[in-house]
Write a protein that binds this ligand. Structure first.
Ligand code: MN
Length: 220
């Protein structure tokens, strides 16, 4: 292949316990997948169904990164989420690894988009909007009883259990497989529990799921 100029590097994530990196293709995100978060956003829990959107792979941020505060927002929110990393179907049924992600959201831009029925890209898929931990090989960890926690400057601001997902990991994968083009290298941010809130410059976020690597980032 002869490119007119050098292509940008493929996004990737470290994998705990190995020097090999996970090559990232697409990032799918699930919205409205914990009842308590649907309620805090003013939704109807009884009638709510999960929704899907995407972030560009190039928006990924690795653990330990100082993130320049993004432009054009006065309400930058955190959403801690279990991340599923898809691999070849012959390995562990296609679930290659898990991580902890933070779906950073320009909530003020999202609110305007919702009001106008417009797209969410500027609210969700902006530069450096997808922090994610190093990945943990899926068949080395049991997440069935695991809790998910986000700390802001050391204080717990989000805390829930993964078994409270409205759509389970298997259901999300089944849906994306028939609706979209789910492939090895794809990441799925599976949705956030209640407690989303803002960050400002100098805030540090640390996301944790028992058994997985942590993701810690700071806004500068
Ligand atoms: Mn989210």
């Amino acid at each position: 292949m002869d490119f007119a100029f050098p292509p940008s590097a493929r996004a990737s994530l470290p994998i705990a316990g190995t020097d090999a990196r996970f090559p990232v293709r697409r990032i799918y995100c699930v919205g409205k997948n914990y009842a308590d978060h649907v309620a805090e956003m003013g939704g109807d829990v009884e009638r709510s169904e999960p929704i899907f959107f995407t972030k560009a792979a190039e928006t990924l941020v690795q653990d330990g990164t100082d993130i320049p505060f993004p432009p054009n927002t006065e309400n930058l929110h955190y959403e801690v989420e279990l991340v599923v990393a898809m691999g070849p179907p012959e390995i562990n049924g296609g679930i290659f690894a898990y991580g902890v992600g933070i779906d950073m959201t320009r909530r003020d831009i999202q609110a305007k988009a919702k009001a106008k029925g417009g797209p969410w890209d500027r609210a969700k898929s902006f530069h450096l909007s997808a922090p994610c931990s190093a990945l943990t090989i899926a068949n080395t960890v049991d997440l069935s009883a695991a809790h998910i926690t986000l700390r802001k400057n050391g204080d717990t601001v989000q805390h829930s259990a993964l078994n409270k997902l409205i759509w389970s990991v298997d259901e999300i994968i089944a849906y994306l497989s028939q609706d979209m083009d789910l492939q090895p290298g794809d990441l799925i941010y599976t949705g956030t529990p209640a407690g989303v809130g803002p960050v400002i410059v100098d805030d540090e976020l640390s996301g944790e799921i028992e058994g997985l690597e942590r993701v810690t980032v700071r806004f500068v």
